[in-house]
Design a protein around this ligand. Structure first.
Ligand code: PLP
Length: 406
């Protein structure tokens, strides 16, 4: 089926240079295993950055995708479709939300959420209530609006002028939020656990205080659960393990388990502000994507699967701690469920990428979250034996780098 022979060098020849992928090219995956062009096998601790929640080519998802591919691929939103309606019903049944908007990526779901927050304030208070508060180190996507609400300056550099009316305060710092919030604030936007920013969980007290301040100033609380949602933390959505419920929530990544789809969920009162013609997406609610997502949700939203995510966290942590006892590599091991970050000790700062490459040499696919943190977001269903094998490979990778630096 392939017209040309391609390898990693082809990437540098034909692709815009905004990425620098690893040296190998994976061509096949099954469960938590991946094979490259040369037939070399890897254990996948990366899970497509918290996307492949059910591993690669899950048989139930394959069945649904094949079934739907023979019925209906695409319609546009001029017509509605059964998979989209069924998925929306199911999402509403499982969460705080009353209404759903479908799109295709996390960025788009957040774009819709931020637009809705402004529109709701505009409709109910007036145009002066338009300010959005985000947090330092937060990540919400790569469109101009989402890099602006995101708290990492480097993603905005060179793209000015960016949208106005957005401020950032330090995460988990309630006094800073108290000082920044006002009657002009239309929304506070946060990840329950900052993912790209370094796997930093929000404190329970902080979350409660944020909710209280939002209520006091009539601002909406928006949770970006794009990385934390769909079972990643051992709960269907991370907010479900807190005493706080948002007004708007976004989901993507694992929602389609590898098939692109995203959703913005909201209460009925808030959703009403995205009235007829105010927002849209050609592909949003695509029947193929929605049928895969519905099956994904049905598989993930089960007590036994979610309890296993928490149990597997302990196994990951134990293995990482054992590596640390030998090599004193990590300052802290953080995270919840299968969203795990191991922060490198200061002498290793800036070198997380080297561990990712060494991981590939030893047969394990890893991620990083910034220059100092090794991140893992494996399939939620990764078998214990694959965790043990992957950890053995990780230890070999660590040993290689450690020995080179002795
Ligand atoms: N929000 C969070 C918390 C994310 O982790 C990401 C992606 O890493 C996004 C938004 C952006 O999602 P996408 O890359 O699908 O646009």
């Amino acid at each position: 089926m392939m017209e040309h022979f391609v390898n990693r060098k082809t990437f540098d020849d034909v692709m815009v240079p905004n990425y620098m992928p690893q040296s190998i090219i994976p061509v096949k995956g099954k469960g938590a295993h991946v094979w490259d062009q040369q037939g070399r096998e890897y254990i996948d601790f990366s899970g497509g950055i918290a996307v492949n929640a059910l591993g690669h080519c899950h048989p139930q998802l394959l069945r649904v995708l094949q079934y739907q591919s023979k019925r209906l691929w695409h319609l546009s939103n001029v017509y509605t479709n059964e998979p989209a309606l069924s998925l929306a019903k199911k999402l509403i049944e499982c969460t705080f939300a009353d209404k759903v908007f479908f799109c295709n990526s996390g960025t788009e779901a957040n774009e819709a959420a931020f637009k809705l927050a402004r529109k709701y304030a505009y409709d109910n208070t007036g145009p002066e209530k338009h300010e959005i508060i985000g947090f330092t180190s937060a990540f919400h996507g790569r469109s101009l609006f989402t890099v602006s609400v995101g708290g990492q300056k480097k993603y905005r550099e060179g793209f000015a002028p960016t949208p106005k009316g957005i401020t950032h305060v330090p995460f988990n710092d309630i006094s800073a939020l108290e000082a920044a919030i006002s009657d002009k604030t239309c929304a506070v936007v946060m990840e329950p656990i900052q993912g790209e920013g370094g796997i930093f969980p929000a404190d329970d007290d902080f979350l409660k205080a944020v909710r209280k301040l939002c209520d006091q100033y009539n601002a909406l609380l928006v949770f970006d659960e794009i990385q934390t949602g769909m079972g990643r933390t051992g709960h269907l959505f991370a907010y479900m393990d807190t005493e706080v419920v948002p007004d708007i929530m976004t989901s993507a990544k694992a929602l389609g388990a590898g098939f692109p789809i995203a959703a913005m969920l909201a209460t009925d009162k808030v959703a009403r502000s995205l009235g007829l013609g105010t927002h849209g997406s050609t592909y949003g609610g695509n029947p193929l994507a929605c049928s895969v997502a519905l099956e994904t949700l049905n598989i993930i939203n089960r007590e036994d699967l979610l309890a296993n995510v928490t149990r597997k966290h302990t196994l990951f942590r134990k293995k990482l701690e054992r590596i640390n006892e030998k090599y004193s590599l990590f300052k802290e091991i953080r995270g919840k469920g299968l969203l795990i970050g191991a922060e490198l000790n200061p002498p290793w700062h800036g070198r997380a990428k080297e561990f990712l490459s060494a991981g590939i040499r030893h047969g394990v696919m890893l991620l990083i979250a910034g220059p100092n943190i090794i991140r893992m977001t494996p399939p939620l269903i990764i078998p214990d034996k694959d965790i043990k094998t992957g950890m053995k490979y990780l230890e070999q990778a660590v040993a290689e780098i450690y020995d080179e630096n002795k």
